[in-house]
Design a protein around this ligand. Structure first.
Ligand code: UT7
Length: 337
């Protein structure tokens, strides 16, 4: 799927992020499994990640991120009429974490639900909310991307456990005077599904004592295949959205790629020809937070002053599905219509 703004000026008017307090370093992981700080840093760029507490579920991470996004947008929960939560680790299968969040925020007029597109979830959710605003169905949307992958990791599998962390980010989308989203490109290749998946717990393989004993309720990944896929789509998706919007790579001021592995980011940056100082990287501090990754990186870029009005920001996600998605936005500082 690919398309441009088509005359609509819809932008991010509020931004918030939250990560759990608990820091887990590579050295700590080395005491739990056969790995080392050196291997993890060299192969992934990750130094540490945040891990949710035993009682912390996804909505507990989304709530502070959402509150910050609403506050920076200067709107109340009751003014939101659409909530989309992108995640693969909802509080439970149903009710949706979106509905739970709507209640916690007092968003009683909002349609609220979850969306599952792996680590690309945030880009899908933003594009979907954008479409609802552009079509006139919604006026003010809250999009949250977050995951608590620590709860579904196999802590005996060094091939996955060292890569991920927990976190959430949120944005408010509204109509603005000018600027905002210029276009999106999203895609999925379901044939790659088995490369990164959670085998049991769905209707294909419901939970049984056997599925638990077989560790079927944990993330399974073919790292090398996902690596190849990631390096390919980060480049092709970015090029596609730029071409569709009539923009060039040189015009991009801030590049916000999915934070999975610093080697993947550097490969894409190199192929695309984006200078190092335009790239946002925080995978060293948070690991791969799945749907939380891009909004957390946006919040980092905002905090360090890179997200100024008029800047052209390119975001690209990729992940389970296999899925990918890019969005191009001319940053606006508030500027609601
Ligand atoms: O959001 C999308 C989600 N996922 C991704 O984006 C992940 C994409 N894939 C990757 O980032 C990389 O493939 C990994 C970081 C997962 C692995 O890096 P790699 O350079 O592809 O390593 P590898 O799988 O080829 O393994 C190299 C060696 C192996 O040992 P042998 O067979 O050479 O003896 C592994 O067993 O490294 C070993 N290894 C480890 N050693 C220490 C694998 N994981 C670890 C570990 N610590 N944690």
């Amino acid at each position: 799927m690919i398309g441009t703004a088509n005359g609509n000026a819809i932008s991010i008017t509020g931004l918030g992020a939250y990560v759990p307090e608990r820091v887990m370093t590579n050295d700590e992981l080395s005491t739990m499994m056969d790995t080392s700080d050196e291997w993890i840093r060299e192969r992934t760029g990750i130094r540490e990640r945040r891990i949710a507490g035993p009682g912390q579920a996804l909505s507990d991470l989304c709530l502070p991120a959402a509150r910050e996004a609403l506050e920076t947008a200067g709107v109340e929960g009751s003014q939101i009429d659409l909530i989309v939560v992108a995640t693969v680790t909802p509080d439970m299968a149903f009710p949706s974490t979106g509905a739970i969040l709507a209640d916690l925020l007092g968003a009683h007029e909002a349609a609220a639900y979850d969306l599952s597109a792996g680590c690309t979830g945030f880009m899908y959710a933003v594009a979907q909310a954008y479409g609802m605003l552009a079509g006139g169905l919604a006026q003010r949307a809250l999009v949250v991307g977050g995951d608590v992958l620590s709860k579904i990791l196999d802590w005996t599998d060094r091939g996955t456990a060292v890569l991920f962390g927990d976190g959430a980010g949120a944005v408010v989308l509204e109509r603005v005077g000018e600027g905002g989203f210029l276009g999106f490109e999203l895609g999925a290749d379901g044939s790659g599904g088995p490369q990164l998946y959670l085998p049991a717990g769905g209707s294909r393989t419901p939970a049984t004592a056997e599925s638990v004993a077989d560790r079927q309720h944990f993330v399974q990944m073919n790292g090398r295949e996902v690596f190849k896929f990631a390096t390919r789509v980060l480049v092709t998706s970015a090029e596609a959205v730029l071409a569709e919007c009539g923009r060039t790579i040189d015009e991009v001021d801030v590049y916000v790629p999915h934070q999975a592995n610093v080697r993947i980011i550097e490969y894409a940056r190199d192929k695309l020809g984006i200078p190092e100082d335009k790239v946002v990287i925080d995978v060293d501090r948070y690991g791969n937070t799945s749907s939380g990754s891009i909004p957390l990186a946006l919040a980092d870029a905002k905090a360090d002053g890179r997200l100024q009005a008029g800047k052209l920001v390119l975001m690209t996600g990729m992940g389970a599905g296999l899925t990918w998605g890019s969005g191009l936005i001319e940053w606006t500082d508030g500027g609601r219509a």
